[in-house]
Ligand binder design. Structure first.
Ligand code: NAP
Length: 523
């Protein structure tokens, strides 16, 4: 499949007319062909109008039709073969195994949502049967199900060019919910976005769906993204990226005459608490796991472990020493874009300049453009508590800070000042104080969307029980997840049907239950 530099607005290939967008190979600085261009407000209007036109027929597809579509998208993405992987290697600097793994995850995610759609639990059907004889007032027949909110705009992420981009989790969950999707491709990987967009378009055709079910547009200015989500036809937004970007979109969405929800995943430093007995017995083993988790993908993962909290002790010195050795062996890896590399350098400089913060270790120096040299900082709890507004901010990349505490009581004080997180981790053994473990978990469940014991937060399972979310600024809305089957609920809303004649009810609510979905019924 050849790249054309076009946007995909329904069935039409549309050339942008604005600012040039050119992918850059971050390892060499080479600009890649073809040239893409920012779309116009007319392009936005057309994509949204098509999505609105598609909404009625798409939301009324049967579970089997919609699931077949999701499975077909997965097949078409696999059918792109190596062209997709090679293009994304050039556009992102990510290595082949990482991209092949991410493609597997993306395809599995689509198939997982196909299974969810077929099963029908997402409809959440509840039936309160009528009680005509109830006194003093009869009860009506009440039937509840979820329906999709309407067209969804998805912002592709820079750091997951497949799993959080054109056919990523937000798109899969919105399509599963019955919502047409308009993706704004990330300007860092337009070629990979076009390839995946064409795969989705082929699946739309093959499944006989309305062309407006999917569009891909490009834009590289804040104004473009804000105009896109300000169109009255858009009913919800999925975003993964910076805190500044997420906040700007939340503001624009709230300022519309009809405000709409924005599900933005923004920043998280993913604290890791090392309890004393675990540290004493496993300092070196934990350090090896930590160093690997820190440097993987040049640290450009939202679940990167950016903070380690432990009591100052010889065991902590052993942990730091081993991490220092591991980082000394680690080569610098290429970051996704020159902009992300520059932001990383600024973040490292910001921490380095803070009084009471030491640069403890670095990975090998970069020999290539945009190489990420990992950094391990150390400080003490008092310094962090006094400067948490700066030191508690995400530095996107392979940077982490070890906080030396005078005692475990400081664990609670630190946990309390942390902002909302995607994850929080404890390393502990049976020898650690159970009350300390329980107390920390009680506090951390208020701070994070996922709690882990004796693991590392990178590597997010895509499954029913996964939560990839958390209080602000981890996300804009802590009531949901962007990974796992529960993500479908972001793009649904409940409707109650009261005393509606059976033939006029949606199929899942009819007495004969023709879709055979699970229902919660009260007589
Ligand atoms: P980004 O700058 O937030 O951009 C993500 C998407 O949002 C792009 O399509 C961008 O379009 C759009 N956007 C950004 N600001 C906007 C605004 N004010 N109004 C409307 N649209 C806006 O993120 P990025 O390019 O991926 O990386 C930059 C930084 O984001 C990183 O250095 C890192 O700090 C953070 N980041 C964090 C995570 C995480 O998981 N925690 C993931 C990725 C990035 P334009 O190009 O048109 O601006």
């Amino acid at each position: 499949m050849n790249l054309t530099g076009m946007m995909l607005i329904g069935e039409r290939d549309v050339a942008g007319s604005g600012k040039e967008i050119r992918a850059i190979d971050p390892a060499t600085g080479t600009a890649l062909d073809p040239v893409y261009r920012d779309g116009s407000t007319t392009d936005i209007k057309q994509a949204v109008a098509l999505a609105e036109a598609a909404f009625d027929s798409y939301r009324h597809t049967t579970p089997e039709q919609r699931a077949t579509f999701l499975d077909t998208v997965a097949e078409r993405i696999l059918g792109l073969g190596d062209v997709l992987i090679e293009r994304l290697m050039a556009e992102t600097g990510l290595p082949r195994p990482r991209l092949e793994g991410e493609r597997g995850r993306t395809v599995n995610q689509l198939r997982m949502f196909a299974r969810v759609v077929r099963k029908g639990d997402w409809l959440g059907v509840r039936v309160d049967h009528a009680q005509p004889e109830r006194s003093p007032m009869p009860r009506s027949d009440l039937r509840f199900q979820y329906i999709p909110v309407g067209p969804v705009v998805v912002f592709g992420a820079s750091n997951f060019p497949l799993a959080f981009s054109v056919a990523g989790g937000d798109t899969a969950s919105a399509l599963a919910a019955g919502a047409p999707v308009i993706v704004k491709g990330h300007p860092a990987h337009p070629g990979g976005s076009e390839l995946v967009g064409r795969a989705i378009r082929e699946a739309v055709r093959e499944c006989g769906l309305h062309e407006g079910v999917f569009s891909l547009v490009f834009g590289s200015t804040p104004e473009f993204g804000q105009a896109l989500i300000s169109d009255p036809g858009v009913k919800s937004v999925g975003f993964t990226g910076s805190r500044a970007g997420g906040l700007a979109l939340m503001k624009a969405a709230a300022a519309r005459p009809e405000p709409i929800p924005v599900f933005a995943e923004m920043s998280s430093i993913n604290p890791v608490f090392l309890l004393p007995a675990a540290l004493e017995s496993g300092a070196e083993r934990i350090a090896d796991g930590f160093a690997a988790s820190l440097v993987g993908s040049a640290g450009q993962l939202c679940t990167n472990p950016g903070l380690v909290i432990a009591v100052d002790s010889p065991a902590l010195d052993r942990f730091i020493q081993r991490t220092t050795e591991a980082l000394g062996q680690a080569p610098a890896s290429t970051m996704l874009t020159p902009g992300i590399h520059a932001a990383y350098q600024r973040g490292v400089a910001r921490f380095s300049e803070q009084a009471g913060v030491q640069v403890q270790a670095r990975s090998q120096a970069a020999s290539q453009d945009n190489g990420c040299q990992a950094v391990l900082f150390t400080t003490n709890a008092d310094t962090f508590l006094a400067g948490h507004e700066v030191l508690g901010q995400e530095v996107f990349g392979a940077a982490s800070m070890v906080i030396r505490c005078s005692d475990v009581a400081q664990f609670h004080a630190l946990a309390k000042v942390l902002e909302g997180q995607l994850t929080a981790t404890l390393h502990c053994t049976n020898e650690d104080d159970p009350q300390l473990i329980a107390g920390l978990l009680r506090l951390l469940e208020l701070k994070a969307g996922r709690l882990l014991v004796n693991g590392f937060p990178t590597g997010v399972e895509v499954s029913d029980a996964m939560v990839h979310g958390g209080p602000f600024p981890a996300t804009s809305d802590p009531r949901s997840t962007s990974v796992g089957t529960a993500a479908i609920h972001r793009f649904l809303r409940p409707v109650c049907y009261q005393d509606i004649p059976d033939a006029a009810l949606p199929p899942a609510l009819q007495r004969a239950n023709p879709w055979n979905v699970g229902r919660s019924e009260t007589q």
